[in-house]
Design a protein around this ligand. Structure first.
Ligand code: GDP
Length: 613
């Protein structure tokens, strides 16, 4: 089968005898995702990318080999080669997965063509009060680049410093929570994690969490033992604790770099930075500045006078003034760009953090930014993403324990990642040992994080980012964690008996576990007005009485005790703007898929069906 990849699939329509042959002259079907690069399309069709670029030019679309095109555009091209395009089945079409695939493909390209070395992007992690913020401040103050008199660094979410003529980019929001939240959205920007451990405090619960989060992401860790200015601290003890936590430093025969520092006294900072450069060199971080930019939104807000602002970290390529860009479900044109000292810049190259002005609405942190060829392409891409988001939010997401096998069969999951939380430390080892005995030829069980205590939002984020599930043993989950898990379709299962826990995981691996579903009401609203929306449809002006409404969510229309309709929220507006969510106490306009017969006084009940944990 030619060019079969995650990005698509080619099949021959069977002839009358029911056989398929690649050489037959019948129309061949090609499954195409919502977005793919020219290179991916050429692989799929097994034709030269140059040929495809020529075809696109004939259709008035100027793109290069690494640029992304949408389904419609691709569909026009494939006809020329005797194919019929089919939109790839929904299960394979997660926006984030798709974009991530493209990103990985592009990074692979950058490495293959040699590319230029790009600065490493660093996240500082560690336990609360161990000195993460102080360290970031110390680095910024002592190593910031060419700041002219009077210029002060501005908080834009990241900054760059220069060490021995080489640049390093630091993300300004410390902690593994932000790091994993980004990953959960499909954006891995961090190349190296700096783990700050206070010498007077040693390895603490969040230190362990940070280690596991970085390891789950496959990001190398550099340890900074901080606060060495405090008299009589025992650095050796900290090293021992790190070894116990599975982080063996170089001095002890491992490969983790460890630097003693004092953020307060400015000691060891240069040493730390130089070590970061060494680790970065080993990582061979490459990018191709000559291509259109691909980046990630790391911070975004609405400025009262300037409009939507977003700080973007460019992964590869160069972002230039005037570029048409798509970020998540918004788009725009780069009108102005600023660096971390507030200076206007015309271009932002790889690993360069730039605050940009020109998007039509505020994107979300972790949204992937792509430069596209035309305004029309941007609009089409955004529209399609919105539709997909709607479909996705009504469908099951994440990796539920019971649908693991399905994902195994399609090759999406090869490891069942488990986050284990227990009531007491003593329960962890016996459970881990029992789980280690499970696993089949197709799928391995891996406990990526374990600790005692309640299940937190951070655990859920890790589960999303690692496509894992959470198991609580004689423990509960925090309200925020439960809410996030429900929203993202992450499976949390609770047990009090080890046998039951192990038995369930075993059954899930063998595909024997039946999923159970429950319904969660997310909000209610009252219809106060009805107005036309588009040519033939209507929207309801509602007041959210409690909870919230999210675009794409399921909705029930109730008139008194009568159920009038059950559908999904097709559109959600506040004033003239499309919005994702409106909470209690606000008014908004709601359009419902395939339903127009609203009456003033109707009640809407917004709900979500989730897999019971
Ligand atoms: P974070 O929660 O990890 O961001 O920690 P902070 O950077 O806010 O630091 C917590 C406290 O530790 C603050 O009072 C800092 O002044 C102090 N601190 C940070 N680094 C050092 C250090 O190197 N030596 C000493 N003695 N105190 C430090």
């Amino acid at each position: 089968m030619p060019g079969v990849s995650k990005q698509g699939n080619v099949t021959d329509l069977p002839d009358e005898a029911g056989t398929a042959s690649p050489s037959s002259s019948k129309t061949r079907i090609v499954d195409i995702p919502d977005v793919l690069t020219v290179k991916q399309l050429s692989d799929l069709l097994q034709v030269s990318p140059i040929d495809i670029i020529k075809q696109l030019m004939r259709n008035g679309i100027m793109v290069n080999i690494n640029q992304a095109i949408d389904y419609e555009t691709a569909a026009k091209v494939v006809v020329t080669y005797g194919y019929e395009a089919h939109l790839q089945p929904q299960a394979d079409r997660k926006v984030t997965t798709q974009v991530r695939d493209i990103k990985q493909e592009q990074l692979k390209h950058d490495r293959a063509v040699g590319g230029d070395t790009r600065p490493p992007v660093i996240t500082v992690m560690g336990h609360v009060n161990h000195g993460k913020t102080r360290l970031l401040d110390a680095i910024r103050q002592t190593h910031v680049m060419d700041t002219e008199a009077g210029e002060i660094t501005q908080h834009i979410g990241a900054y760059q410093v220069e060490v021995k003529g080489q640049k390093i980019t630091f993300l300004d929001t410390p902690g593994h929570e932000a790091f994993t939240a980004m990953r959960a959205r499909g954006a891995q920007v961090t190349d190296i994690a700096v783990l700050v451990v206070a010498a007077n405090d040693g390895v603490m619960p969040q230190t362990l969490e940070a280690i596991n989060h970085a390891k789950a992401a496959g990001v190398p860790i550099v340890v900074a033992i901080n606060k060495i200015d405090i008299p009589e601290v025992n650095i050796e003890l900290v090293k021992q604790q790190l070894a116990d936590a599975g982080l063996l430093i170089e001095e002890w025969g491992g490969d983790t770099v460890c630097v003693p520092i004092s953020a307060k006294e400015n000691q060891g900072i240069s040493d730390l930075l130089e070590n970061l450069l060494i680790v970065a060199e080993m990582e061979e971080l490459k990018a191709d500045p000559s291509r259109p930019a691909e980046g990630v939104v790391i911070e975004a807000q609405l400025d009262k006078t300037k409009g939507p602002l977003a700080t973007v970290l460019v992964n590869t390529g160069t972002l230039s003034l005037g570029d048409t860009i798509v970020a998540g479900d918004t788009w725009g044109r780069v009108k102005a760009m600023f660096n971390d000292v507030g200076k206007q810049v015309k271009e932002a190259g790889p690993s360069f953090p730039a605050k940009i002005l020109g998007l039509n609405s505020v994107p979300r942190e972790g949204d992937i930014l792509t430069v596209v060829a035309s305004e029309q392409q941007a609009k089409d891409m955004v529209e399609k993403r919105r539709q997909m988001e709607e479909q996705e939010s009504t469908a099951q997401r994440g990796v539920g324990l019971s649908n693991i096998l399905e994902q195994v069969s399609t090759g999406q999951v090869k490891e069942l990642n488990i986050i284990l939380k227990t009531d007491v430390q003593g329960s962890i080892e016996p459970i881990k040992n029992s789980l280690a005995q499970l696993g089949t030829d197709e799928v391995r069980v891996r406990v990526i994080h374990s600790n005692s205590g309640n299940i937190t939002e951070s655990d859920v984020m890790l589960a999303i980012a690692s496509q894992g599930i959470i198991i609580g043993f004689s423990t509960d989950s925090e309200v925020g964690a439960r809410r996030l898990a429900a929203l993202e379709g992450v499976s949390i299962r609770y047990y009090d008996v080890i046998y039951n826990l192990v038995d369930d995981v075993n059954k899930a691996l063998k595909g024997m576990l039946e999923p159970t579903y429950t319904e969660v009401v997310e909000g209610r609203a009252e219809v106060r007005d009805i107005f036309p929306s588009g040519k033939a449809s209507k929207a309801a002006g509602v007041y959210i009485t409690d909870g919230k409404v999210t675009r794409g969510t399921s909705v029930r229309v109730l008139r008194g005790n009568e159920l009038v309709a059950e559908s999904t929220v097709a559109s959600l507006r506040r004033f003239k703007d499309d919005v994702r969510e409106v909470t209690a106490g606000y008014e908004c306009g709601v359009g419902i898929r395939d339903f127009n017969e609203f009456a003033v006084g109707d009640m809407f009940e917004f709900f979500r069906v989730e897999e019971a944990g």
